[in-house]
Design a protein around this ligand. Sequence first.
Ligand SMILES: C[S@@+](CC[C@H](N)C(=O)[O-])C[C@H]1O[C@@H](n2cnc3c(N)ncnc32)[C@H](O)[C@@H]1O
Length: 635
Amino acid sequence: MFCLKHAHVTSALPRRTVNAATRRKSDQCKTPFPALVDRHFGLVPYKARERWQRSPTPVESWSDAEGANSDGEWEIQIIGEEVDEEGNVRYEAEWVTWSRMDGTNTTWDNDLLQPRHHEEWDRIQAQRRLDLAKESHDIEIWATLDIYNTNTRLRAQAYDEKLKATKRSQQDDLPPRMAELMASQAHLFDEPASEPPMKKLKTSTPRTQNVKIRSSSSVGKWSPSITSSKHSNGETSTTLSVGTSSSSRQTTSTLLTPFSVSPPPKYTGASSSNKGKGKRVAASPGLSLPPPSPISMPMPSNPRTTKPLPSRSGQKVGRTKSIRERLEERWNKASNSTAPITFANDIDDEQVPAFCENFEYLESVYNDPNGFQVVDPEFLVRCDCDVCIEAMYCDCQSNTGLVDERGHRAFAYTVDGLFAFNVPPGDEVIECNKCCSCDMGCQNRVTQQPRNFSIQIFKTPDRGWGVRSMEDIPRGKVLGLYTGLLMTRKAADDLGRDRRSYCFDLDGQEIQDDSENDSMSGRDEGYTVDSQRCVRNSTRPPQSIADASSSHSCGPNLEIYLVLHDAVPDMGLHYIAFVATEPIMAMTEFTFDYDPKAAVSPIERKGKGKGKVVIPPGCRQCFCGSSQCRQYLKV
Ligand SMILES: C[S@@+](CC[C@H](N)C(=O)[O-])C[C@H]1O[C@@H](n2cnc3c(N)ncnc32)[C@H](O)[C@@H]1O
């Protein structure tokens, strides 16, 4: 198998250690590439196998004295990977303080590793692939394809990510293209109301025919372009570029078959003006249409059916919108973003989460009927920067403990608006606020800016509804705030258990059922956000939702931090913000750990039923599916 090696590896990878107990398992590991050799032999015909006997491989015996530290741990780092035909990844690990007689010091044995050993590697590789997919959609197709290498090579080229991005742009592109097309032909559907009946009859004739839009020579065509190159190892590779091109090379189609991707014709804008109304529409040069066949749009034989039918009362009757459509419409209106919110359910026929129907969407501020947040602007920290570039000179940062790697005062965000992960646990990030002189584009106002990625609330098989994005999300992307009804913790204690699983104490922990200890731990003080439901037909004010749908995972892809921009620091009135701790592929569920302090190991039953996990009281079985799953979550 081909391995993705040092070329893509960061030399700055943190060194990791592996436990002695795990290492001892490697006694069976006799060669650096055991499985690889085995598999190659599997391919060799029987006769050849007889001729080419495998040479004996020495049995390795390792002991703690050979390179382990005093805790019996070895330093290792991941330096390569290979992907098998089922998509499983095998890592090449370098054992820094140990080597064989022949000087080699790597293994390809995942059994010797724990997830934490390759987490950083995975993160860096995933980010690299996302970056590659952003750069271009080119895929190299190797002329000497050997099946073992294919998956690793494709992964190294970010094939899946590129394919996803292409498909996504196809989906994104189609609705606006269709809308433009329909708009440009609206006159063929609508009749001028003032026209006399006779004229109507005449004009109805062409509308019963097909309207054909032909691609003309001025219309851009999509075609894949291909370039070939010879590599130093003698192998030839072919690059498939996906994009618009003025020429199409039909001869390449057979080469492309196994990897063919079919992105849409690129839409570069079409005129929707009324000029030329009534005339047959030719595609404008700006509108790229798929060659070679013309698009055929069958028109209704009875043009009236395209209009809403009149009701008896004389009012227009349109198609009734589904609950899902109505809710999407309402939430998208309430959202402070143009990036859409949608619902999806491939599991059953529930259209939207049960508690959502009477639920109002709230994206960026608390619902604060008691005015806990009301503050005299005089008390807000503020800065006089025109543009907040240097945290050292931004007064909003004067009281924070945030520093960069050189120990200088720093913002919590990079210039690209990503979280810098430099906030000491429990500290509040202080963003610039309404009293500052900088504007909304300021680097230090990330959570105040409109959401710029789509959200989908979708039904999971076993965890109710969850949230995901249709777009790839980079590490450090701030995904939103946990909003809802702001209440005192005391008031939150009076809520029922169901409701409390949607509450977050503003100390950054989800509310737990440990009320006996609360008076001692100062639980009476402080605030809680309830992001769940409005009672049906109730007059209670709007609440939030998307955050309320985020599932728990013991190996989450989000974490939280505390942030404020409209409150006085250290009053416990900050927001809870979610940030991606790793690159998250489009359509991957957003999850966070509801209870990071929970015991790591599940409680195991003793005696009868030994080995079975006991779900502690007030908890339920966890279905997060993570390799670090604690088996239960508090509700
Ligand atoms: C804040 S709600 C999340 C939204 C919820 N999925 C829904 O459909 O309303 C928390 C509840 O979701 C469910 N849940 C979330 N993550 C889970 C997990 N990993 N395993 C099992 N149930 C989970 C539990 O029922 C939990 O009480």
